[in-house]
Design a protein around this ligand. Structure first.
Ligand SMILES: NC(=O)c1ccc[n+]([C@@H]2O[C@H](COP(=O)([O-])OP(=O)(O)OC[C@H]3O[C@@H](n4cnc5c(N)ncnc54)[C@H](OP(=O)(O)O)[C@@H]3O)[C@@H](O)[C@H]2O)c1
Length: 343
C-alpha cells in the first residue's frame, strides 16, 4: 500500500489551490543518434526531443528518499533511456538530491525546474516578484550543479499574477541571460488557459490522467495550436486505485473520490492488481500519452526499478481506440462541474 505523503506536501497543494503542441505529440520520432528504446517526441517547437517517460522529482523530496536510492534510481533510468528530469524549488531537497546524483551526467538529460514559492525550509508562501524569481533560479542552478536549466516553469500562479506579468518578465530575463533555455507555465484549468493565451511560454506542465480530463478540451488543443511543449504531470493519477479506502494523504483524496464514481472496469476489483500494459498503471500512462500535444509524462516515484518497469508498460503503445473512447465517454457522463484540473 501507498505511504502517506508528508503534510508539507498537502500544505503546498492547498496553498497553491488557494492562489489560484505542435510539432510534438502524436507522431513518434526518434532523436538523432538514439535507438528505439522508448518513443521520443519533439517538445513543442523547442530543440528538445524527449523520451515519452520522464521523471517527476516531487516524491523523492517529500518522502525524503535516501540519497543512495536516488542515485540508483536516476542513474539506472538514464542508462535505460530517460532524458527528462522534472523538479521544483520547493520539493524539499529534491533539487539537491538530483544535482548530487546526476549532476556529473548533465549533458545526458533535459532538466526542468520551477519557481514561485519561497524556498526557505518551513515556509511555502508564494512570491511572484521579479527579484524573488531571479533569486530562486540562481539557487536552483547551484543546487542542481549546472550552468543552465533547460526549462523553468512558473509554479502555478493564478490569473492575476499572470496578468500583472512581473513573474513572466523575470523568466524572460533569465532566458535572455542564458540561465534557462526555455520558459513555461505549470498549472491547471482556467489559469493554464490564460497562460497559453498570453503566448509568452514555450511549454505547459499540466495534470493529464483518466481522473483529470478537463485539460483535454480546455487547454491541450490550444497548446497544440501554439506549438507548446506539454508535460503531463500526475499522469497515473497518483495510482489511487491502490487504496481500498480513502487514502491518508489529502493530496490523493480528489482523484480517489473521482475514481469511486468513474468505476472504470480496469481499475476496480481484481483488475487493480494487474501489472501488465492493460492493468491500471499501463492504461493510465498510455491514455495520458494519447492526449493532444503531450510530449512527456513525468511519473513520480521513489523506487529504482520503476522507470524501466513503466517504460516497458508504455512500449505497448496507444490504447485501442474503443478503450480510449470509452474512458472519454465515461468521464463525460460522470464528471461534475467541479471536476477541474488539479494542481
Ligand atoms: N507543477 C505542479 O504543481 C505539480 C503538481 C504535482 C506534480 N507535479 C510533478 O509531476 C510529478 C508526478 O506527479 P505525482 O508524483 O504527484 O503523481 P503520479 O506520477 O501520477 O503518481 C506517483 C505515484 O504513483 C506510483 N507509481 C508509479 N508507477 C507506478 C506503477 N507502475 N504502479 C503503481 N504505482 C505506481 C508512485 O509510487 P512508487 O513510489 O511506488 O513508484 C507514486 O506514489 C511530480 O513528481 C512532479 O514532478 C507537479
Amino acid at each position: 500500500m501507498h505511504k502517506p505523503s508528508s503534510s508539507r506536501r498537502d500544505f503546498l497543494r492547498a496553498s497553491a489551490a488557494l492562489t489560484c503542441v505542435a510539432l510534438s505529440a502524436s507522431a513518434a520520432q526518434e532523436p538523432p543518434g538514439q535507438g528505439p528504446k522508448i518513443e521520443h517526441r519533439r517538445f513543442g517547437k523547442t530543440d528538445m526531443y524527449v523520451a515519452l517517460l520522464g521523471f517527476g522529482g516531487a516524491e523523492i523530496g517529500f518522502e525524503k528518499t535516501e540519497q543512495g536510492t536516488v542515485e540508483r534510481l536516476l542513474n539506472s533510468a538514464l542508462d535505460a533511456g530517460l532524458n527528462v528530469v522534472d523538479t521544483a524549488e520547493c520539493y524539499v531537497e529534491s533539487e539537491l538530491q538530483i544535482g548530487a546524483a546526476i549532476g556529473h551526467r548533465r549533458k545526458e538529460f533535459h532538466l526542468f525546474t520551477k519557481v514561485g514559492h519561497n524556498p526557505v525550509e518551513g515556509d511555502q508562501n508564494s512570491d511572484w516578484s521579479k527579484p524573488a524569481i531571479l533569486r530562486s533560479i540562481e539557487r536552483s542552478l547551484t543546487r542542481l550543479k549546472t550552468d543552465v536549466i533547460d526549462l523553468v516553469h512558473l509554479h502555478s500562479c493564478g490569473i492575476e499574477e499572470l496578468e500583472r506579468g512581473d513573474c513572466i518578465e523575470a523568466l524572460e530575463q533569465a532566458k535572455k541571460e542564458g540561465k534557462t533555455r526555455y520558459i513555461g507555465y505549470s498549472g491547471d484549468s482556467k489559469a493554464a488557459l490564460k497562460a497559453i493565451e498570453l503566448g509568452r511560454f514555450d511549454s505547459l506542465q499540466t495534470s493529464v490522467n483518466f481522473c483529470d480530463q478537463e485539460c483535454i478540451e480546455l487547454t491541450l488543443p490550444l497548446a497544440k495550436e501554439k506549438q507548446m511543449g506539454v508535460v503531463a504531470k500526475r499522469p497515473i493519477a497518483n495510482a489511487v486505485w491502490r487504496h481500498d479506502a480513502k487514502p491518508p494523504s489529502a493530496y490523493h483524496h480528489e482523484y480517489w473520490q473521482r475514481l469511486q464514481e468513474l468505476k472504470y472496469e480496469f481499475a476496480t476489483g481484481d483488475a487493480r492488481s494487474r501489472q501488465d500494459a492493460d492493468g491500471p498503471a499501463g492504461i493510465a500512462m498510455r491514455f495520458a500519452a494519447m492526449q493532444p500535444a503531450v510530449s512527456v509524462l513525468i511519473v513520480g516515484t521513489t523506487k529504482p526499478e520503476r522507470w524501466k518497469q513503466n517504460a516497458d508498460l508504455m512500449r505497448a503503445g496507444p490504447l485501442d481506440k474503443a478503450l480510449h473512447d470509452s474512458i472519454r465517454a465515461r468521464w463525460k457522463a460522470v464528471a461534475k462541474p467541479g471536476w477541474v484540473g488539479q494542481i
